[in-house]
Design a protein around this ligand. Sequence first.
Ligand code: ADP
Ligand code: MG
Length: 601
Amino acid sequence: MPDAVSPTREHRPALTGIRLLFATAAASDRRGVYATLALGFVASLLMPLFPLLFKVLIDAATDGNLRVVTAAAIGMAVIATGGRAAWSYAHMYGWNVWERLTITIDEQLVALTGRLGLVDRAERPDFLEHLTLVRTNREHFQESMMSLVGAAFLVVQVVVTVVILLSVAPVLLILPVLSIAPILASRWAESRAQRALRESAEDIRTADNAALLAIDAAAAGDLRVLRLRDLVVSRHDAAWERSVARQWRAESIGAVVSTAGLMLFTVGFGGAVLFVTIEALNGGASIGSVILVLTAGQQLHNQIGGVLSSAGDLFRIVETMRHFGWLGRYVDEHEERGSLAPAQSLADGIVLDHVSFGYEGSDQDAVDDVSLRLPAGAVVAVVGENGAGKSTLVKLLCGLHRPTSGRILIEGTDLAELHAPSWRRSLSGAFQDFVRFEFLARESIGVGRVVSVEDRSWVQSAMIRADVADLEEELPEGIETPLGRTYLRGIDLSGGQWQKVALARAMMRDAPLVLVLDEPTYALDVESERRVFEWFTRVARSHSVIGTITVIVSHRFSTVRTADLVAVMHEGRLVECGTHDELMTGGRYADMYRTQAEGYR
Ligand SMILES: Nc1ncnc2c1ncn2[C@@H]1O[C@H](COP(=O)(O)OP(=O)(O)O)[C@@H](O)[C@H]1O
Ligand SMILES: [Mg+2]
């Protein structure tokens, strides 16, 4: 793929991450963010004053000054209760904010993925990797956010405590300086752990996929018949072991480095206490000062410990937000720019002009230099063996992939210039890999035209137009029957019945410009497929007021002969094109038609 895959790099990742975090939090609950920050800040200013008042109280008690003792005691009580109360409220508001933030991030992930119109972009491994990392990290978001904001306030407390310590002796600056050692150490440890997690993303995905496959009800039959369970389980175990071993190694090295950093600080604290005690013995400092260094030093130790234990969360969150930011920029840079409204009807038709497309990681084009005219109102059949490029061609037509070269012209306008969501709204169809929506039957059909999902008669007429009205009798509660085993009363449909649902869904939109039927009849026998295609051809001919083009895809050459135009694909190329009769005069189509017709007789 020649085009740029990754978005441009960001300038200052950590800062951008934090900014994005607060912007997203403020977007979900602005007042909550302000309340949390203000209350937490007040609490952080008040609480470190405690050792200072303690010193004042001890010194006043030694001097026998009762008034100062009383004032200091009252001050301590006020600070203790006020600080605690502010802290609790900050916590309460914070919890709310971060809960909403988690939901907002989920919503934005859905919106981001939705904005990626081209399905191949959303299927790229790097996009999926960033998405997985945001989604796994975001489960711990709320706790992480609490400790992140807690850590920010602890930093305020550290600053106040340091100022108080300096007021006793400037040499005590050694304490905060040494405290940087454990912070740096834990920062290194965490980035090492994140790197291990990043390197494990693919293994985690492999293990997840294997686990899902092993319990997937739809795959249960195949797993048993092919005796694949052991293979799936061993693949799952191997991937997990690799990922756990990698992360364990990173965590162990990190723990050693963090401990070394913490030890450095502890030694410095011992020295500082010794220093003030000697000063006091020499008469250079008061008893209160010794107590102050002991309590404030201890407090500093706890505060830094708190910062340390949340530093991991801080870096995890910044990492998460960086992945989130990556996704945002990726989507911004790959969003389709087309803005023109598509035509209301077709008169000229659709022209494929030297269209090529290759999937990421494949050196051969799935669609290779295809030029083809689809006349307005025509029923066009695309035939070819499996892997010939039929589905890819149809997805290009639907704007789900963008040609790597060449153009698709809709009434003379390049599809790339059309507003992509509007173009997709004017299409309808059923695909080979259609989704089995486990809703009520009415809804599963109705989502083909979301505004009519509650409209029973609209759904029923779509069923009639798709020639599958008999499905209503086959279901115990008619179209109000819940489908799939997710429901208690749910009915598990046969493959053929799911196809009926898909066909009816394709007919929900009453006037599409293009109707695509990409082998939704895959599980049917030849005769039934022929009947379905002939039915749709008849429907198409009776509804050609707006020039709807019907595209029918099949790997069976013998089922599409009623089409106006047959396009024969082979290894990505369009090898023949014409009516059934024209093509029968000789060539690939004629050969395949005869062979297959014989084989199925
Ligand atoms: N999502 C995909 N990623 C990579 N390769 C793909 C993807 N989908 C299809 N292909 C490859 O593109 C070629 C054409 O596939 P497809 O258009 O599905 O053929 P058909 O519908 O005719 O069976 C095949 O070689 C197939 O393996
Ligand atoms: Mg296909």
